[in-house]
Design a protein around this ligand. Structure first.
Ligand code: S3P
Length: 426
């Protein structure tokens, strides 16, 4: 479906946003492996997390859903049963990479498949460490999904990750639950640590110190209740929108502000953004807060190094902020953007380019010329939810109407995005 966005005079209001995608996936996965019932509130009912629920249903786990409330009837670490048909992860990289870590240690075989985009995303990054642990994973598609995982005996390893990826780290940590000893994962740069926090709350024994994560075997995981905070990746669209629309002020309530996820706030503040964080609270080891953003005179900046994994999913909308900043912004060390739901360096340059933006591709990022007045145009989402929502934010401050072709792909992570956007239009 195509979506039309007209420019706004201003943006005002207070909104809540759907639950964190990374935490929602993990709550269902870990709840399935725990003994007892895991009650989840604030669950993200986006297509990706629904794919995770369906995969665990096929593995014999009963899961009840009602709005954003979910109850997972876990069967313990060794309670999954084989699925007669392949598991379909849809568009979800988190589902396929994390579930692979779980499936390689089961006493049965599983086939994993997904949509056209997932079949182009690299799986060798998990096949390599999991194979070192004794897993038997075959790709009929040259290192890409579909994958056949044969249940095997899993051994502990000491693994130094070549890239910063929470999905790879989590896959190895999940396999470590079935391993015969202490598994160590070494991260080059810190990536989101929800797996470590949430698995420990279920009774796992994972320690983390200076980029070295050690997982020691436990007999069993036990169910806990999880209250999922709002997703900072979804909040980012409203934060950037408020920064670039004159006179705007928007508060996003109850947003997860785990420091491994707040790179976007640090980068925007370095550009002079007026952002305040209030009502900070702790929520099962995950900090959350209300975030208010106001229209600001932004100045160009450089993002590179350690901050990149802390804002990897927000770089498309960060690029929109940079188009409104004075000076030239550089994005470096961001080659991971090329292997997301689309090649986000290429797709963002292409689509914002249709609106008149001047952005140049570099081998590891982009150069974004600031102070640009965009013009509304037809743009294509590439079926990538973050490309669609970033273009919608750009459209708010453009001249004339923008049409987002296949803009309904926002359902992957933010089903009511356009309704929420309408609710803050001045
Ligand atoms: C995620 C990790 C990130 C992120 C993705 C969700 C997770 O991917 O881009 O949207 O939940 O672990 P990588 O680990 O591949 O960087």
């Amino acid at each position: 479906m195509n979506i039309k966005i007209t420019p706004v005079k201003t943006l005002k209001g207070e909104i809540t946003i759907p639950g964190d995608k990374s935490i929602s996936h993990r709550a269902v996965m870990f709840g399935s492996l725990a003994k007892g019932d895991t009650h989840i509130s604030g669950f993200l009912n986006g297509d990706d997390c629904i794919s995770t629920i369906k995969c665990f249903n096929k593995l014999g786990i009963e899961i009840e859903t009602e709005g954003d409330k979910v109850v997972v009837h876990g069967k313990g670490l060794h309670g999954l049963r084989s699925s007669a048909t392949p598991l379909d992860v849809g568009n979800s990289g988190t589902t396929i990479r994390l579930i692979s870590g779980i499936l390689c240690g089961q006493p049965f075989d599983t086939v994993l498949t997904g949509d056209a985009s997932i079949q182009k995303r690299p799986m060798s990054r998990i096949i390599m460490p999991l194979s070192q642990m004794g897993a038997a994973i075959e790709s009929t598609n040259d290192g890409f999904a579909p994958l056949t995982i044969r249940g095997s005996k899993i051994h502990a390893i000491d693994y130094t990750m070549p890239i910063a990826s929470a999905q790879v780290k989590s896959s190895v940590l999940l396999a470590s639950l079935f391993a015969d000893g202490e598994t160590i994962v070494r991260e080059p740069v810190a990536s989101r640590n929800h797996t470590e926090i949430i698995l420990n709350s279920f009774g796992a024994n994972i320690k983390s110190e200076n980029g070295v994560i050690t997982s020691s075997p436990v007999e069993q995981l036990n169910a806990v209740d999880i209250n999922v905070p709002g997703d900072i990746s979804s909040a980012a669209y409203f934060i950037v929108a408020a920064l670039i629309v004159p006179g705007a002020e928007v508060t996003v309530k109850n947003v997860g502000v785990n420091p491994t996820r707040t790179g976007i706030l640090d980068a925007l503040k370095a550009m002079g953004a007026d952002i305040t964080i209030e009502n900070l609270s702790q929520n099962g080891g995950e900090p959350c807060a209300d975030i208010t953003a106001r229209y600001s005179d932004l100045k160009a900046t450089v993002i590179k190094g350690d901050i990149i994994p802390r804002m990897i999913d927000e770089i498309p909308v960060f690029a929109v902020a940079a188009l409104h900043a004075e000076g030239t912004t550089l994005v470096q060390d961001a080659t991971e953007l090329k292997v997301k739901e689309s090649n986000r360096i290429v797709t963002m340059i292409q689509e914002l380019g249709k609106m008149g933006a001047e952005i140049t591709e570099t081998n590891d990022g982009m150069v974004i010329r600031g102070s640009q007045q965009l013009k509304g145009a037809p743009v294509y989402s590439h079926l990538d939810h973050r490309v669609a929502m970033s273009c919608a934010v750009a459209a708010l401050a453009a001249q004339g109407e923008t049409e987002i072709i296949d803009g309904d792909c926002v359902g992957i992570s933010f089903p009511d995005f356009y309704e929420k956007l309408a609710s803050v239009r001045g």
